[in-house]
Design a binder for this molecule. Structure first.
Ligand code: HEM
Length: 468
């Protein structure tokens, strides 16, 4: 990071690292590319929402976008007509109204999830990935649930998504700063061979999935993008949920009390309970705020010169938001912003309320990114899958809390292991908790298994036994 030399450009940090600084707007250079790092709600709102039409470009990303996915993943693609077509098409199938049609898939996946957790809790990460990914297979491709947590296609899509996320993280490859390296022959560059290999595999996997439902392969990558973008993010957010429940038992107990009061023990929760469980919804908002999976979101870029507060921001500038800092801003969330406290999203009657900042809209966090909601079909880059994501989180979390008490696993001496909420693994653009086997799932009442099997039987899914 260097200070940008020209006087009228935003001020740079004298030797400060990029992450964690408290400036509202920093002008920096990343190996010759102009960039700004935004650390304030006001600046993010001014630039990405009020001036969204020119701040919705994506930075050029040679490896992730041009080689690995040939501009076909619209999440990283330029803000052009092809992006507009794909954005509009995904809005049509993922908007707030239409997502109600997917409740049935999400409900049944959550029931399969708790069944898997009770049978083989040691594979909790795979169970969560399976449930999230499989419900997206149903939403996007109309395919039936995939019961096997080790299904080769699901595992391949997880690996492909990880390769793209890694390659898209700022600073991963020298070629992003010296674009002429792109023209070196593949045999001389392992990064290029890897990127081309990822493209071949992804093209064949997405093509095969798409051909199972329709012959028109040209939309295979659009569907593949939604599938890949949604599965990794939502599963990692669920891993943070398990961690938060294990280390905040009082919050777990409050959520369970509301679930027990409203739903009782005679039936499992489903997505029709959404409005009736404000504490669980506040818990989701708080989870996305406190440990959002994307600490820097996806960078935007500026498509024409702009002046802001007297500073020139040149066309082509990369715009990175320190989403983590915004989500932990004490001016917005108070002096306890670093703590996990769902109550901050509730009023004195226990109903959801807007947290202090109008900039976060009704979401109460910035983890789904930026852009105007009213014109999101045409301009905005805000996460197009956020309604499906919140519904998946809601039903998976509610079913787990209804069935189990989540506690830290015990060590060989029988003592609960210590789980550090600040330890995390960075996977390119996303973060997740450490993957050690660290939770105990204790059934809350004996009739649980029978009720779960009844639901699966009624749905015709009782034959889906993952142990086979
Ligand atoms: C907890 C879950 C999720 C999180 C935290 C998340 C977060 C994000 C973020 C930060 C962005 C970038 C926004 C920006 O540029 O300002 C984004 C974009 C996107 N998300 Fe999500 N997402 C989640 C789930 C999903 C799901 C379930 C889907 C699909 C079903 C999805 C599809 C997409 C797509 C396609 C984009 C690119 C939008 C564009 O560039 O126009 N996401 N998401």
């Amino acid at each position: 990071t260097w200070i940008y030399p020209a006087k009228k450009l935003p001020p740079g940090p004298p030797g400060l690292p990029l992450i964690g600084n408290l400036f509202q707007l920093l002008g920096v250079q990343r190996r010759g590319k102009p960039a700004i790092v935004i650390g304030s709600h006001k600046v993010a709102l001014d630039l990405f929402e009020k001036r969204g039409s020119i701040y919705s470009e994506r930075p050029r990303c040679i490896v992730a976008n041009e080689i690995m996915t040939r501009n076909l993943v619209f999440a990283f693609a330029p803000h052009d007509n092809s992006w507009r077509r794909m954005r509009r098409a995904s809005h049509e199938i993922l908007n707030n109204q239409i997502v109600k049609n997917y409740h049935k898939f999400q409900n049944i996946e959550a029931v399969l999830l708790v069944k898997d957790l009770s049978k083989a809790p040691e594979f909790y990460i795979r169970h969560i990935q399976r449930a999230t990914t499989s419900s997206l297979l149903s939403v996007i491709y109309g395919l039936p649930p995939c019961p096997d947590p080790f299904d080769p296609t699901l595992m391949l899509v997880t690996d492909l998504t990880q390769s793209v996320l890694d390659a898209a993280a700022p600073g991963q490859h020298l070629v992003e700063y010296f674009p002429f390296l792109r023209y070196l022959p593949s045999r001389l560059c392992s990064w290029k061979r890897h990127a081309e290999h990822v493209f071949q595999i992804a093209d064949s996997v997405f093509g095969d999935l798409y051909r199972q439902v329709e012959k028109r392969a040209e939309r295979a990558w659009l569907a593949g993008t939604l599938y890949a973008a949604g599965s990794e993010t939502t599963s990692k957010q669920m891993l943070w949920f398990l961690l938060s429940m294990a280390i905040y038992p009082d919050i777990q107990a409050k959520a369970q009390k509301q679930i027990d009061d409203i739903i009782g023990r005679e039936r499992l929760p489903n997505l029709d309970d959404f409005e009736r469980l404000p504490y669980v919804r506040a818990l989701i908002k708080e989870l996305l705020r406190w440990r959002g999976v994307g600490p820097f979101g996806i960078p935007h870029a500026l498509s024409e010169d702009d002046y802001y507060e007297g500073y020139l921001i040149p066309k082509g500038t990369d715009c990175i938001v320190n989403v983590w800092a915004l989500n932990h801003d004490q001016d917005v969330y108070g002096s306890d912003a670093d703590f996990f406290r769902p109550e901050r999203h509730l009023d004195q009657d226990g109903q959801l309320k807007l947290v202090a900042s109008r900039e976060t809209k009704d979401e109460g966090h910035n983890t789904f990114g930026f852009g105007r909601r009213d014109i999101e079909k045409r301009v905005s880059r805000i996460c197009v899958g956020r309604h499906v994501a919140v519904n998946s989180l809601f039903i998976q979390m509610t079913c787990i809390l209804w069935c189990f008490n989540i506690t830290p696993a015990e060590d060989e001496t029988g003592k609960p292991i210590f789980i550090d909420e600040n330890e995390m693994i960075e996977d390119g653009l996303t973060v997740r908790p450490l993957p050690i086997n660290r939770y105990k799932f204790t059934q809350r009442f004996p009739e649980m298994e029978e009720l779960v099997m009844n639901v699966l039987e009624l749905d015709g899914r009782d034959h889906l036994d993952t142990e086979d």
